[in-house]
Design a protein around this ligand. Structure first.
Ligand SMILES: *Cc1c(COP(=O)(O)O)cnc(C)c1O
Length: 399
């Protein structure tokens, strides 16, 4: 009898070839409801004026949901443009067959990158004359016009032309023959804060500054250039923020960025995070659980070892602070969350078995756990929770 040595080739023909059908739900995965994205987009669009366009922001792999899938359903729901952060995100969408206009929200500053952008029919965000000139050059080289969006900084202090210089610089930009200004935009820094309706808030001030710029460049509302300012929170404040287009991320995925202003929305979360129970054990009272033994059982305890950990994107600082759902019931996670696994106290349940699926985010029956709750408990924002999920988690579409 030979041993099964790793460096030896064997003929395994008598075993079924399981590997060819990889089980996406083998340990932990994300389920995405495309239809929820579609309904959210429709619902959000119903708050816009008829001619206001909806840009679906699908950066960071569609906030962790899978950019291709999100784009497809957002377009079904009526999104007419897509927003990504990077050149590669844009290229990937193009190669997966997305035809709608795509704006790169991050900055490209080398001629090489801008050529790639142009060739892939992506629009860059332009924050300086220097970048404009490069684009104009590229357009000239190809004998075409390079479509782009100009960004003006109204208070975010990130990308965008300097506010006080834009009007003067715009005169020069207008004269460039091989670029086509498709849009002019700015970005709100504080629209998700409670005071956004207060006339003296940063948000309202940014809107006034943006309007002032449009006035100073004699912007004609009927011309072809798209004006846009609002992110999710901005669009939910009121129509004054809508202009020709809104750029929506978070709320399209089913979460309101605003605690106070609800606007009668019933957004549907599109993401479900699930994991399988890989092992079950019973420990005596007084026994420590996980690294550091920080959790000690005070009774005979049944533990489920769940196949998901911080290497999948569950923040470690949620250790001992979250519940997971199984068939309508909540079970507390105990002990430190480890890289690949976490323990759950399932004492009293006879339903949970090795191979059972538990829900970490999303709903099961009448129980729901939201990324907003995780964000609050781990002292961060829902955006960060959503885009922390790693590639190790397969994204599975369910509808
Ligand atoms: C990410 C992003 C958005 C979308 O923001 P949400 O708050 O998720 O709606 C809009 N505009 C820009 C420039 C962004 O970077």
């Amino acid at each position: 009898m030979q041993n099964r040595k790793t460096n030896q080739l064997f003929n395994f023909d008598k075993f079924p070839n399981f590997e060819k059908d990889i089980d996406l739900k083998q340990r932990a995965w994300i389920e995405v409801k495309g239809e929820a994205i579609e309904t959210n987009v429709r619902q959000l669009r119903s708050k816009l004026s008829k001619n206001c366009q909806f840009m679906a922001v699908v950066k960071a792999d569609g906030y962790g949901h899978d950019a291709k899938l999100v784009s497809e359903y957002a377009i079904k729901g009526g999104a007419s443009q897509l927003g990504v952060a990077t050149l590669n995100e844009g290229i990937k969408l193009r190669s997966s067959g997305v035809k709608k206009p795509i704006l790169i929200l991050g900055n490209l500053y080398t001629k090489r990158d801008l050529i790639i952008c142009f060739k892939n029919n992506l629009m860059p965000t332009i924050s300086s004359i220097r970048e404009c000139l490069i684009c104009n050059n590229i357009g000239k080289q190809f004998g075409l016009k390079f479509l782009l969006h100009l960004k003006v900084d109204t208070g975010m202090s990130r990308l965008g032309f300097e506010y006080s210089k834009f009007v003067q610089q715009f005169e020069k930009i207008k004269s460039l023959e091989n670029i086509l200004i498709e849009g002019i935009y700015s970005h709100l820094s504080s629209a998700d804060e409670d005071n956004a309706l207060d006339p003296k808030s940063i948000t309202q001030l940014q809107r006034l500054k943006f309007n002032e710029i449009l006035k100073q460049i004699n912007f004609d509302r009927n011309n072809e250039i798209k004006i846009h300012l609002a992110n999710s929170a901005g669009m939910l404040i009121n129509k004054d923020f809508h202009f020709h287009m809104v750029r929506v991320g978070l709320s399209m995925y089913g979460y309101s960025p605003l605690d106070k202003i609800d606007k009668n929305l019933s957004l549907k979360p599109a993401l479900f995070l699930k994991a399988k129970v890989a092992f079950i054990r019973t420990i005596d009272p007084g026994v420590g659980v996980s690294y550091g033994g920080k959790f000690v059982s005070h009774r005979k305890t049944n533990l489920a070892v769940l196949s998901i950990g911080y290497a999948d994107g569950v923040p470690r600082n949620l250790s001992g602070k979250i519940n997971v759902i199984h068939n309508d019931k909540l079970y507390p996670q105990v002990g430190s969350i480890t890289m690949d696994q976490m323990m759950v106290d399932i004492t009293g349940s006879s339903e949970i078995k090795v191979g059972s699926t538990m829900v970490l985010l999303g709903s099961d029956g009448d129980k729901t756990i939201s990324p907003l709750e995780w964000a609050r408990k781990s002292n961060t924002i829902p955006w960060e929770i959503l885009c922390s999920f790693k590639n190790r988690l397969p994204r599975v579409q369910v509808d």
